[in-house]
Design a protein around this ligand. Structure first.
Ligand code: ADP
Length: 190
């Protein structure tokens, strides 16, 4: 199996690049943000629980996220691999993911980290907020909080994979196709 962690701050382009990757490599896209928004839309208990965290741009508690991902992995039939988008966002989630994949005799093949400067992120998120309907994209203070949470809680995840020799940084500014080509070069070497 080919299992990729697509990593980067909010607004780095993970969703956009995931779509291109899953088309070409036949991987299952597992975006925790998308899964939470689906639960929110369906009004499930999990969705209600996650909402207050998401609205403020804070992380949903680890045990909630981990349970949801476990469920998704366990119910995916015969996957060729996963692209994890927006997960793991804490070191505890990264450790839990290792255990989950271990149960299926597989592991993370590599992390692809999209590198984008803060100012560019803010511009992109506010632009997306005009059309996405996402309340967390429409308020500058919420965006600032998400970027701060990323630095404090999520950046250590990059180090976790770097220590395993699985970290690959990609410059995430420029044409979508150019960035995708750089991602492919990394993926084809895994
Ligand atoms: P972004 O565009 O900020 O990368 P996502 O769509 O991935 O956002 O996630 C939106 C929100 O969902 C996050 O701000 C957070 O509240 C919650 N969330 C998503 N993934 C996780 C995770 N792995 N751990 C904790 N919370 C998460």
């Amino acid at each position: 199996m080919l299992n990729i962690v697509l990593f980067g701050p909010p607004g780095a382009g993970k969703g956009t690049q995931s779509e291109k990757i899953i088309d070409q490599y036949n991987l299952v896209h597992l975006s925790t943000g998308d899964l939470f928004r689906k639960h929110l839309g369906e009004g499930t208990e999990l969705g209600k629980l996650a909402q207050k965290y998401m609205d403020e741009g804070n992380l949903v508690p680890d045990e909630v996220v981990i349970g949801m991902v476990k469920d998704k992995i366990a119910t995916t039939i015969d996957p060729q691999g996963f692209i994890f988008d927006g997960f793991p966002r804490t070191v505890a989630q990264a450790v839990a993911l290792e255990d989950m994949l271990n149960d299926f005799d597989t592991s993370i093949s590599g992390m692809i980290a999209l590198d984008v400067p803060d100012e560019e992120l803010k511009t992109r998120l506010l632009e997306r907020g005009k059309t996405s309907g996402r309340s967390d994209d429409q308020d500058e203070s919420k965006i600032d909080n998400r970027i701060q949470v990323y630095k404090n809680e999520t950046l250590p995840v990059a180090e976790f994979y770097e220590n395993q020799g699985k970290y690959n940084k990609i410059h995430g500014v420029g044409a979508i196709e150019e960035i995708y080509l750089a991602i492919r070069r990394v993926m084809d070497g895994l």
